[in-house]
Design a protein around this ligand. Structure first.
Ligand code: G3I
Length: 396
């Protein structure tokens, strides 16, 4: 064999090996438990994803984090680095580097990217909130700032984002004050609820192809059906109106932050909720799934009587959300909000009482019962009730 041919053959072999490493497929001769999540999800056409903590991804002392993101998931979401405070810490000066790094990582590993998030009331830069508070930024100017931000960000990432969370958590919860469900937070307060339609139009003008999502928590199931006390119904009526008035919204993201201490749902309830949204012509996705538990003294002391039921309940809830997603052909992706208890927002956020144990792997990257359930659902679900996804075309 000539040297040049040897080099070409070697290069092709390496490229193939690289591609296989980058995108493991389900292999019939490997036990499902040993297959990757992304390989198992592939036959449903389902993208399986995780939020990515960029500090953990860069940590050379924690190589398993990076390896797991690459090997197990087919879509990634920036946990923080596409938020406004990170992207534009100083007015007019964009810091694209951390988000670009995630995009490059995703491209190397053949992963799609969910963009999170264009409009949210949290993690806004100080210059913006302070300017509004001291009156140096008027509401009229604020609307222009929002338009310019959405346009700049969506254009920067154009062609690289599969789904954008355009508007996040715009709707109140029944425990808020006043209790009647309403448009809440900074943006509604200053711009009225019209900012929601505006945001979708501005995002579409900047990227004709990305799927544009409304994203929220506590919308996994419908309640009373009365929008005054049922958040899911309120969101349903909102997105229905947006569709009817020609606003370019393509999907609803259901975050899926659950807790084992609450009354839980069953698959049929969650599946019904997805179906009502997709009957409007929308796609859906689970965008931030985790199932946390209270870390009682017994749990913290390692008491298996207290730990085991929590791990089982957590696993059961992961399974319910995933089954519901699989049941609906327009549920395009299932993303977990962190995959290891080593890097999860839960213990830092819920401290009184402390909560944790919310993810698929423990702090030492050992698979938990939840990982087994998720893999088994992906492995053993199929026709006639589970069929491959139907991709939605962006609405223009
Ligand atoms: O970046 C600073 C760092 O400079 C500083 O040293 C450090 C000290 O505390 O804080 C760092 O910022 C933290 C940031 O995460 C990055 O780690 C913030 O304090 C912390 O509040 C922030 O928490 C994030 C939270 O959103 C903020 O609202 C979580 O990581 C993130 O998981 C969480 O994600 C949200 C979704 O975007 C929307 N849905 C709910 C979900 C969970 O709250």
């Amino acid at each position: 064999m000539k040297v040049s041919r040897l080099i070409i053959t070697g290069t092709v072999a390496l490229a193939v090996a690289g591609a296989l490493n980058a995108m493991p497929a389900a292999a019939d001769n490997v036990r499902p438990a040993e297959q990757s999540l992304r390989g198992l999800a592939q036959r449903h056409g389902l993208q399986i994803g995780t939020a990515v903590d960029m500090a953990a991804l860069a940590d050379t002392a924690d190589p398993q984090y990076r390896a797991t993101v690459a090997s197990q998931f087919s879509t990634v979401t920036a946990e923080n680095v596409m938020k406004w405070e990170v992207l534009e810490p100083t007015r007019g000066t964009y810091n694209w580097a951390p988000a670009d790094e995630l995009i490059a990582f995703a491209q190397r590993n053949r992963q799609s990217v969910r963009g999170h998030v264009l409009v949210w009331h949290n993690q806004l830069p100080g210059w913006l909130t302070a300017g509004v508070a001291d009156g140096s930024i008027s509401d009229t100017e604020l609307r222009v700032i929002l338009r310019d931000h959405i346009t700049a960000v969506v254009k920067h990432f154009k062609g690289k984002i599969w789904q954008w969370d355009v508007v996040n958590e715009a709707v109140s919860d029944p425990w808020d004050s006043p209790p009647a469900i309403h448009y809440k937070g900074f943006w509604a307060q200053h711009l009225g609820d019209g900012y929601i339609a505006d945001a979708f139009r501005w995002a579409r003008a900047a990227d004709a192809k990305a799927l544009l999502f409304y994203n929220d928590y506590n919308i996994e199931v419908f309640g009373s059906g009365n929008a005054a006390d049922d958040k899911t119904q309120f969101v349903y009526e909102m997105v229905k109106r947006l569709r009817e008035t020609g606003v370019p919204i393509d999907g609803v993201g259901s975050q899926g932050h659950l807790g084992t201490q609450y009354g839980n749902y069953d698959t049929f309830q969650v599946s019904d909720a997805l179906r009502r949204f997709t009957d409007l012509g929308l796609a859906t996705a689970f965008t931030e799934v985790d199932v946390r538990s209270q870390m009682t003294a017994g749990v913290q002391a390692g008491d298996s009587n207290e730990i085991n039921p929590r791990l089982q309940a957590s696993a059961g809830n992961f399974g319910i959300l995933l089954q519901a997603c699989l049941s609906n052909r327009h549920c395009l992706s299932f993303t977990v909000w962190g995959f290891t208890d080593r890097h999860s927002w839960v213990p830092t956020w819920f401290t009184n009482p402390p909560e944790g144990l919310a993810t698929l792997y423990d702090e030492a990257y050992q698979p938990k019962r939840a990982l087994g359930i998720v893999k088994a659902e992906l492995a053993f679900s199929g026709a006639p009730y589970v069929l491959p996804r139907i991709p939605q075309k962006p609405r223009r």
